[in-house]
Design a protein around this ligand. Structure first.
Ligand SMILES: [Zn+2]
Length: 249
């Protein structure tokens, strides 16, 4: 889902972030506030423990009663992150980083926002910026993202494939999608419905990937009134019935 326009942000949380970040542009504000909690020496993978120290978070614990992935709790004058058990590594790190977004708001003085859809969206943005800071990410990717370099970076940054490709779609002219057992599972930079009526090369590519083969082809994707042609590349993901596809103009 795209929520680009700055005027769409209306919550107290967004206003607080804009003020602290020194700009009405939410993405820039996120960059600015995250830069203040990251040490200059940080490189991939980002050390979340160092960020926790700066945000008054004393640790991470598992709570098998938790019905959501993560939760930030106040304990005396400190904060602690609780996680549901069994999260895969990338999901676990993203959840910690999301809760650090809440911890950031807790550090911003009285009247801290604690609920709201915009607050949750902002904490996701803070999480992505914490795990893959814009300047470190761009330096690592260079000017031309390739599917193999992006897959390597998912492991370097210790994030999930979908989180990494979402970040790439946000910062570069590319889109991507993940396939799970023959069906499109997630998309980045392109809404799912845009794949309706795509050229038959899309189906062929997915079938090929499900057989465990890497490949590339051209694909025509629905752009509303017309179709746009993309260079499509795909890689199967380690033995499972999963694959990732990268689309470039
Ligand atoms: Zn949250």
């Amino acid at each position: 889902m795209k929520r680009a326009s700055r005027s769409e942000w209306r919550s107290a949380a967004a206003k607080r972030l804009q003020k602290l970040g020194g700009t009405s542009c939410i993405d820039e504000a996120v960059c600015n506030v995250v830069a203040r909690v990251l040490d200059d020496y940080q490189c991939a993978p980002i050390d979340l423990n160092a960020v926790m120290n700066k945000l008054n978070v004393v640790g991470v614990e598992t709570d098998d009663q938790l019905i959501v992935a993560g939760e930030l709790r106040k304990e005396k004058d400190k904060l602690k992150i609780y996680l549901a058990p069994g999260l895969p590594k990338g999901r676990r790190r993203f959840t910690i980083a999301h809760e650090l977004g809440h911890a950031f708001f807790e550090s911003t003085g009285p009247g801290c926002p604690r609920v709201g859809n915009e607050l949750e969206a902002l904490c996701n943005k803070i999480a992505a910026e914490l795990l893959m800071p814009t300047h470190i990410f761009k330096r690592a990717v260079g000017s031309n993202p390739t599917i193999d370099s992006l897959l390597k970076l998912a492991s370097d940054f210790e994030v999930s494939t979908s989180a990494l490709f979402l970040r790439a779609a946000k910062l570069y002219k590319c889109c991507s999608f993940g396939v799970d057992d023959g069906a499109i599972h997630w998309t980045a930079g392109l809404a799912k419905h845009r794949f309706a009526g795509a050229s038959s090369s899309l189906r062929r590519g997915i079938e090929c990937a499900m057989r465990g083969e890497a490949g590339s082809d051209l694909v025509d994707i629905n752009a509303g009134q017309s179709f746009t042609r993309w260079q499509m590349e795909w890689r199967p993901l380690g033995g499972s019935k999963q694959a990732v596809f990268l689309l470039k103009p």
